[in-house]
Design a protein around this ligand. Structure first.
Ligand code: TLP
Length: 343
């Protein structure tokens, strides 16, 4: 079995998770009849300190529902240039909500209240109304970076003063909470809506949730149906998500320790550039010096380590539920061997 560091989405359900899924009580969730989905939504809302939650098939759908509910076509949203919603959701903000994205220059995905202020449009008939600010915590292309809570507070205060709404892409909010000790709900209280994923670090096979007020979630439920995301006996997958929520959050600390150990080892290898002190959670970003990232990725794959090339000279490695501490020296040895051959 290769050591798979392509993403934390590649995890397979554990035997205990499969057992929970097999036993799940189910019903038609479009009719509101699935008790397991209802339990998952209630538990997620409770953890996030929000009135309600909506189970969705993917993080992309949860984010795009939020945009659709918060905005009108022609509105503008403020978002980091490397945010998943902008960079990786196939143009959905334009296609589904009809909004314009105004990109902010985040540092490892983190922008400032001054950046928001500088991007605000005047209340002028020529301008598209600025409506929503989006934050991603932890930040994927930022290398799993954690938003400082003080920075979030400043942005929330400024945004509210200007009548803007705030959405948090919290696909990996669980990682931020475990790494900092700041509970998810303390991050969430600054946002009108929060999306979270069960199928990344937590390791369930499918699913995300969108959280907010009861009224917001009622509107999101209608759009989920419109977008084709109304699921029937979804309790089967909700049970996997519930199991992950209760049993796999604390263990994210292990993924973070593995990522740090991997980064420290990689930083000593010639041919790679990375600063291990920037690794805060489970994502390790590195720059490849002598050969194209795609060439290194293919060679590593042949040798038994799978990673992702994110650009011509960038590689991402993500520790996850399938990676144990013992895999780290093994992966490092393979990196060293493959890079040695490339010299
Ligand atoms: N991220 C995936 C890929 O799409 C890049 C990955 O391998 O990291 N928000 C964030 C911050 C994400 O990283 C992702 C997925 C999503 C949303 C979307 O989730 P899904 O894949 O469930 O639509």
């Amino acid at each position: 079995m290769p050591i798979d560091l392509r993403s934390d989405t590649i995890t397979l359900p554990t035997p205990a998770m499969r057992e929970a899924m097999a036993r799940a009580e189910v019903g038609d969730d479009v009719f509101g009849d699935d008790p397991t989905v209802a339990r998952l939504e209630a538990r997620t809302a409770e953890l996030l300190g929000k009135e309600a939650a909506l189970f969705t098939p993917s993080g992309t759908m949860a984010n795009q529902l939020a945009l659709r509910v918060h905005t009108e076509p022609g509105d503008e949203i403020l978002i980091d240039a490397n945010a998943h919603i902008y960079y990786y959701e196939t143009g959905a903000p334009a296609a589904l909500a009809g909004v314009m994205c105004r990109c902010l220059p985040g540092v490892r995905g983190v922008f400032s209240a001054a950046d928001v202020e500088a991007a605000l449009r005047p209340a002028d008939i020529h301008c598209s109304p600025t409506r929503l600010v989006c934050v991603e915590n932890t930040h994927n292309r930022g290398g799993g970076s954690i938003w400082p809570i003080g920075r979030i507070r400043e942005i929330a205060d400024l945004s509210r003063a200007h009548g803007l709404r705030l959405h948090l892409d919290g696909a990996r909010l669980w990682n931020a909470a475990v790494a900092t000790g700041i509970p998810e709900r303390e991050y969430a209280e600054h946002f009108d809506s929060v999306s979270v994923c069960f199928s990344k670090g937590l390791g369930s096979p499918v699913g995300s949730a969108l959280c907010g007020t009861a009224e917001f979630i009622q509107r999101a439920r209608r759009f989920r149906k419109m977008f084709g995301g109304g699921m029937r006996q979804a309790g089967i997958i909700a049970a996997g998500a519930l199991h992950a929520l209760e049993h796999h959050r604390a263990r994210l600390a292990e993924d973070h320790a593995n990522a740090r150990a991997l980064a420290e080892g990689l930083s000593r290898l010639p041919g790679l550039e990375l600063d291990p002190t920037t690794v805060q959670t489970n994502i390790v970003m590195m720059r490849v010096r002598k050969i194209p990232a795609a060439t290194l990725m293919a060679a590593l794959d042949q040798a038994g380590v799978r990673v992702l090339a994110l650009g011509p000279d960038n590689i991402r490695a993500v520790t996850n539920l399938m990676v144990s501490p013992g895999h780290i020296p093994e992966a490092l040895e393979i990196f060293e061997r493959v890079l040695g051959r490339a010299d």
